[in-house]
Ligand binder design. Structure first.
Ligand code: GLV
Ligand code: MN
Ligand code: MN
Length: 409
């Protein structure tokens, strides 16, 4: 057998080949490259002797049987889909690291509970604007009505893409699992922030995950000739939208002492022509934080600022709430167990918050849930330069494996 570390680093590199482009890795949810990476992981799971099933939304479950398979499974996992031009560790670490842990557990033996590796479908919101579609479906929170209206950047609808992948939106409830199926869920992930690097610690034990609140804002002006319309007679939707972007930045800064952040990550300008004053702008806003009150205040301030700008600029505006999720606390006993494992292995650790979203947010509704972070160089993520040292990856896998073992033995 190839040595453990070599195997892990090699498999991370192999997954990175699916969707590798001139700048970073693009494996958008349900795309051809995502499907190919899923097929590859299924083949790896089977090679390791796991029993593999795929549910109605494309979540992959690889199961290692324990002594008593009627008991709830101890589960780990993450995702393979990426943002456009992403890096090679976000999600992949929890999938390959999870599989490495299963390989070790299989060799070690002595498991009473079954152990599962779950590869969640569509964790990133990049393609359809909705995050963690696979894990939401698994915990019975599929929102087929909202999802059916979603379209990707190429105008392809979510139902159309589901159908093409042979998933059936009508039957998503069949993918829902219950608390009786899962004893605990542990996700290994890169930190995507700077805390561990700054503090010089190797393991992050997540206390809470910031959940996204998301808006679509549609600004309506009047499309007109860019040459013949005098400056004082314009209702330029992009000018209003730009003022809204700056207001959101200001409001985000005001709330930043509570750890809240606000971002406009997408603007669509219509009709989008050099000689036409923009008539309509669609913008997507992502608000995140751990402090619920601060998120509510941020949202209200954004709405007030938008109304004031729209009035002053005489442009129409409508706001659609895409999602409003609450920050999620991780389970205290799982956090203590991870801490105990770190102490036993003499590994430095730090309790911290996750500012990014994860499938663990949803799994925490079914079972006691925890997350293990490893450092991200310069805190960079959702970027081709995302990097975590091989040695840190291996420590993360050690801590994950022992935590899973303690829960499943
Ligand atoms: C997932 O990466 C997120 O957008 O937080
Ligand atoms: Mn991500
Ligand atoms: Mn991720």
């Amino acid at each position: 057998m190839i040595k453990d570390k070599e195997w892990v680093i090699n498999e991370i590199e192999k997954i990175a080949c699916f969707g590798k482009g001139p700048r970073g890795i693009t494996r958008l949810a349900f795309s051809q490259t995502a499907v190919e990476s899923q097929e590859y992981i299924i083949s790896l799971m089977k090679q390791e002797g796991l029993v593999v099933t795929v549910d109605q939304i494309g979540n992959i479950i690889g199961r290692l049987e324990g002594k008593d398979n009627t008991l709830p499974a101890v589960a780990t996992g993450s995702h393979l889909d990426t943002v456009p031009e992403g890096g090679k560790y976000d999600g992949v670490l929890g999938v390959i690291g999870g599989l490495a842990a299963m390989r070790r557990l299989k060799d070690r033996g002595g498991l009473t509970h079954p152990v599962e590796l779950i590869v969640f479908a569509s964790e990133e919101s990049s393609r359809f604007g909705f995050a963690t579609i696979g894990s939401k479906t698994m915990v019975g929170l599929a929102n087929s009505i909202a999802w059916s209206k979603a379209k990707d950047q190429d105008g392809r609808s979510f139902p159309e893409v589901m159908l093409e992948n042979q998933y059936d939106l009508e039957h998503l409830s069949a993918a829902a699992r219950s608390s009786e199926d899962i004893k605990a869920f542990i996700e290994l992930h890169i930190e995507q922030g700077r805390v561990l690097e700054k503090e010089g610690r190797t393991i992050g034990i997540v206390e809470a995950i910031a959940a996204p609140t998301r808006l679509k804002i549609i600004v309506e002006g009047v499309a007109a000739h860019s040459g013949s319309t005098p400056m004082e007679e314009r209702q330029d939707a992009l000018v209003s939208a730009s003022m809204i972007v700056l207001a959101i930045q200001e409001i985000g800064l005001e709330q930043s002492s509570y750890g809240t952040v606000a971002t406009v990550g997408m603007l669509k300008v219509h009709p989008g022509s050099i000689n036409v004053i923009p008539g309509v702008v669609e913008m997507h806003v992502d608000i995140r934080g751990i402090d619920h009150e601060s998120i509510i205040e941020c949202l209200q301030d954004i709405k007030d600022a938008i109304s004031a700008i729209a009035e002053e600029q005489e442009t129409g505006v409508s706001i659609v709430m895409l999602s409003a999720e609450k920050p999620v606390k991780m389970n205290k006993e799982i956090m203590s167990l991870i801490k105990k494992v770190c102490n036993e292995k003499n590994v430095s650790y730090q309790f911290l918050h996750s500012r990014a979203g994860h499938d663990a947010m949803n799994l925490s509704r079914l079972a006691p849930t925890g997350m293990i972070f490893v450092p991200s160089k310069d805190g960079v993520s959702h970027n081709p330069d995302e990097y975590t040292k091989d040695d840190d990856i291996m420590v993360g896998i050690d801590i994950l494996t022992e935590t899973l073992y303690q829960l499943a033995k």
